[in-house]
Ligand binder design. Structure first.
Ligand SMILES: [Ca+2]
Length: 498
């Protein structure tokens, strides 16, 4: 039987080809991962191990309900990066606020620098910062600076450790919110006076994020402040040796907004922001490290807490609910999307939509991102991932894509003489844009139709089959993401016009 076919797709195309020609993302299918019973605020990776810090007292296996199957871990845990299994390395961080807020591996992976609000690391007295020797899981003896208050950001070069937060003295010397030390705790002359606040809700200045470019002798800091050895707003580029202001990033961050996270890939740097009130900046921006030129800025609403560049893609944790002015984005429908992937080259939102819920605490989902052996670890205050219970931690790898799009519902309609029109609404997939719809007639494969879709944009689709006038046929449909095929809907029996 040689039936001519007429194809009709009624809808606006979504930048066709982008999903296949654009940057490839990780999959949106979470790997089995242990959970925490509290918030994960920071993570670091070194030598095959992922270190997790925050405010929690137990970890439990994937699938375990809260309060069951747990191992005691006091605000710190370590996991095998490959298997995700917990490791015995488990110093407790206690005293003061009893929380870890920042972690960073040294470039050689020999140490994990840890900051937060605590008075003891394991059995050793420490003042809001400690370092873990990754060989042997011991607390380093010579990293013991006295820091007057909470540390919220750390970055590390081969010979310098930068710390940022809410403190005003380090080693008894005045250092407001930012300081640099040698790995043996020697305080360096690097000095920047941070003052003012860029957000009305908290009038004290603070540093939330640090990213260092040692090859350019530059440190970029973000937080809530209006001065850093000169007038700035929430973002400043500093000389890595002296602390002098070298980039003021004028106009980057509007009033009533704070920078929450910074990262760099050696060429560009990336930030995420949190605004308070109307007209705020909640999105992300990319800039060139060398001269501070802005590459792009997206104006999604729904504050950003973490960014991580990897493979040409900027991954972020936020609660984005309105990305109507961002390429590939969505209008506000009340939905909060907590994980995003964007093209580093032009900020386009790519088809990668794993999601968490808001969870506990401030109820904003993810707080920290770390890449470990090509697997993205996500930590935060969420209690579900892709609508399944999972608390505090999850992770995503490059493969294998395991989840099929949902089954589209097929409706058949009799058409003019000798024609049968099939109608359905496009499905969507968490990590593929263009999907392939396979149509079967009387149990045999008939044809396929491709369509780009997103969860907020599912076009009505149709296919018209030309058959003998008056003939009755049974049709069914399935959809493939290229790897996984949905179940089949149908058959729907339709009689062609006579
Ligand atoms: Ca998929």
């Amino acid at each position: 039987m040689s039936a001519a076919a007429v194809l009709g797709i009624a809808s606006t195309a979504l930048s066709p080809g982008r999903a296949t020609a654009g940057e490839s993302t990780l999959t949106a299918d979470p790997l089995g991962t242990w959970q925490t019973d509290g918030t994960v605020w920071a993570m670091a990776y070194a030598k095959g191990i992922v270190y997790v810090g925050g405010t929690f007292s137990h970890i439990r296996p994937p699938g375990a309900a809260p309060g069951t199957g747990g191992l005691a871990r006091t605000n710190f845990a370590a996991f095998d990066a490959k298997t995700g299994e917990p490791l015995p390395c488990a110093p407790a961080f206690t005293g003061a606020g009893g929380t870890i807020r920042a972690m960073k591996a040294s470039p050689d992976g020999s140490r994990i620098y840890i900051g937060g609000s605590f008075g003891k690391a394991d059995s050793v007295g420490r003042s809001n910062t400690a370092a873990l020797n990754t060989d042997g899981c011991t607390i380093s003896g010579d990293w013991k600076p006295r820091v007057s208050s909470t540390i919220r950001a750390i970055d590390v070069t081969a010979d310098t450790v930068y710390i940022g937060g809410g403190f005003s003295t380090v080693q008894g010397q005045t250092r407001t919110r930012i300081a640099a030390l040698r790995p043996n705790s020697e305080l360096l002359p690097f000095n920047t006076t941070i003052s003012g606040s860029s957000v009305p809700i908290d009038t004290t200045s603070g540093v939330n994020a640090i990213t260092v470019a040692p090859q350019l002798n530059k440190v970029i800091i973000g937080g809530r402040f209006t001065s850093a050895n000169g007038s700035v707003n929430a973002l400043a580029g500093l000389d890595a040796t002296t602390g002098a202001l070298v980039d003021s990033f004028a106009g980057w961050i509007p009033p009533a907004s704070a920078v929450k996270t910074l990262a760099n890939d050696g060429t560009n740097f990336y930030l995420g922001a949190e605004g308070y009130g109307g007209g705020v900046f909640d999105g992300r921006a990319a800039g060139r490290l060398s001269d501070g030129a802005q590459l792009w800025k997206d104006t999604c609403l729904g504050a950003t807490q973490a960014v991580l560049p990897y493979g040409g893609v900027l991954y972020s944790g936020s609660h984005a609910h309105d990305c109507s002015n961002t390429p590939g984005g969505f209008a506000d429908s009340g939905n909060r999307q907590h994980l995003l992937a964007q093209s580093i080259s032009d900020s386009t939102i790519l088809p990668w939509f794993p999601d968490t819920n808001d969870g506990n605490g401030e109820r904003i989902g993810p707080r920290a991102l770390t890449m470990a052996d090509d697997t993205l670890w996500v930590g935060g205050e969420f209690t579900t991932v892709n609508d399944t219970p999972q608390q505090g931690l999850t992770r995503f790898a490059a493969g294998t894509d395991t989840k099929a799009p949902q089954v589209p519902v097929l409706n058949g309609a009799s058409s003019p003489q000798g024609q049968i029109t099939l109608n359905w609404k496009a499905a969507w997939d968490r990590d593929n844009g263009v999907l392939t719809y396979n149509i079967y007639r009387d149990g045999k494969y008939l044809t396929s139709v491709n369509q780009d879709s997103r969860y907020w944009n599912r076009p009505n689709m149709s296919y018209t089959d030309t058959v003998q006038p008056g003939a009755q046929h049974r049709y069914s449909i399935e959809v493939s993401d290229g790897t996984n095929v949905s179940g089949r809907n149908g058959p729907v029996s339709v009689t062609a016009g006579n």
